[in-house]
Design a protein around this ligand. Structure first.
Ligand code: HEM
Length: 404
């Protein structure tokens, strides 16, 4: 079978990623048992069955195919090409293994725990500062965008006053995942140049004044002679781009889902120890990052389908997380659920998300603090651009009542 013969779905419809019930209903017919689990959308081939999506994400015959993606945006050289091709998730083989092995000891569950007290303090202070804004609070700017960029500063040992710069650079770099638009390539190039110089400058400072942070750890490994500056950039630049908008979008969507299910809000409010399960269920139910993407190195037959290197397959997180054969009654939000399998949000296999424990901790802290301090929340404006990889948050305004 060739990809041209696949059924099609209107993935770019304005409400497709905002009306998740409509999206789930549109995808369901393609998930039927024994069916191919593939459907063609405007951006490529969507993989909508959990098992196929997981297998493809892990398959070494496929990569993220960054050179092909950059060509489509019109980026062929300069800082943007250099950085994007060097990202950890763009790397394969020994170059990937070397950099991942160097940073993996820093990205542990206990490492994420070390960041929890500071995260709790920031979130508490920022929510307290919302007093008086009960009728209209800009949650995106004041909390959900602010937390990951501020925490990124702590992760690399930089002053937290650099957070607005980190947030802005991340937003500009995220244009890499947006549908190509005139001017985007220039903006990405400018952001990549500034970010590269900033991160190398910070690494230099950690050489003479090391701490407990990720950059200090990597600089130490570099001094042992196993990695170089490019390996350091592969990790920290990837972490910058991959940790900010993704976490912010997920926090907003999870709160939106909780607000729409007051019984679940009450469950978490009355028992904050449910937070780890609640976070997993909420990101399964309404994911901020909708897809991973893969292309084969060479033309091959995959599950009866002929796939060429210029084809892009999207193991679809939203669809996989709604596969009824894996997650029973998937459209029921139940924050006490024990997940029978890992939701696909963080990828799988050799490129599986290194920051998973950190973002889970951030999400837990925000959801617990909000449900403890506020008795409810109403979404006034929720605006996310549906991009090719992740939802980019543009606005999340809420009203709320303070808990008595
Ligand atoms: C909700 C938040 C997040 C989501 C949804 C997310 C999602 C993902 C996904 C899907 C991948 C795999 C990409 C692929 O297989 O093609 C990935 C990789 C990665 N993530 Fe995350 N991520 C999040 C937060 C973070 C954070 C907080 C950090 C670091 C502080 C981080 C650092 C990384 C890195 C370095 C990789 C590359 C791993 C490799 O290629 O070996 N991410 N992430």
């Amino acid at each position: 079978m060739t990809t041209d013969t696949l059924p099609t779905i209107d993935w770019m419809a304005a409400d497709f990623q905002t009306d998740i019930e409509r999206a789930a209903a549109a995808i369901a017919p393609f998930q039927e048992k024994g069916g191919p689990g593939f459907v063609r959308s405007q951006r490529g081939i969507e993989v909508v069955n959990y098992d196929t999506a997981v297998a493809l994400t892990r398959d070494p015959r496929f990569s993220l195919a960054m050179p092909h993606k950059l060509k489509i945006i019109g980026i062929t050289e300069g800082a943007a090409a250099r950085s994007a091709l060097n990202f950890l998730f763009s790397r394969e083989g020994v170059d990937h293994v070397r950099a991942r092995k160097a940073c993996a000891p820093w990205f542990t569950a206990s490492g994420a725990e070390k960041l929890r007290a500071q995260t709790r303090q920031w979130v508490g202070e920022w929510l307290d500062a919302a007093a008086g804004k009960e009728d209209d609070f800009e949650f995106l700017g004041e909390i959900s965008n602010r937390l990951p960029s501020t925490l990124f500063c702590a992760i690399i040992g930089a002053p937290v006053s650099d957070a607005p710069f980190i947030q802005h650079m991340s937003e500009e770099m995220m244009l890499l995942t947006a549908p190509p638009m005139p001017g985007n390539a220039e903006r990405i190039e400018a952001a990549a140049g500034k970010t590269e110089a900033y991160l190398l400058g910070e690494a230099e400072k950690r050489r003479s004044n090391p701490g407990e942070d990720l950059l200090s750890h990597l600089v130490k490994v570099q001094q042992e002679g196993t990695i170089d500056d490019n390996d350091i950039l592969a990790v920290v630049f990837n972490a910058l781009v991959g940790s900010t908008d993704t976490t912010s979008a997920q926090i907003c969507l999870s709160l939106q889902s909780l607000a729409a299910h007051p019984d679940q809000w009450e469950l978490l409010k009355n028992d904050p120890s449910l937070a780890p399960k609640a976070v997993m269920e909420l990101l399964r139910y309404n994911p901020g990052a909708w897809s991973v993407q893969r292309s084969p190195y060479e033309t091959l037959e995959y599950e009866g389908l002929e796939i060429k290197p210029e084809d892009t397959l999207f193991p679809c997180v939203f669809a996989a997380n709604n596969d009824e054969s894996v997650f029973p009654d998937p459209r029921r939000l139940d924050i006490t659920r024990d997940q029978p399998a890992s939701p696909l949000n963080f990828g799988m296999g050799r490129h599986g998300c290194l920051g998973r424990m950190i973002t889970l901790m951030e999400q837990e802290e925000v959801l617990v603090a909000v449900t403890q301090k506020w008795s409810n929340l109403t979404v006034l404006e929720s605006n996310f651009t549906g991009q090719m990889f992740a939802l980019a948050p543009h606005a999340f305004r809420v009203s709320f009542s303070v808990a008595q």
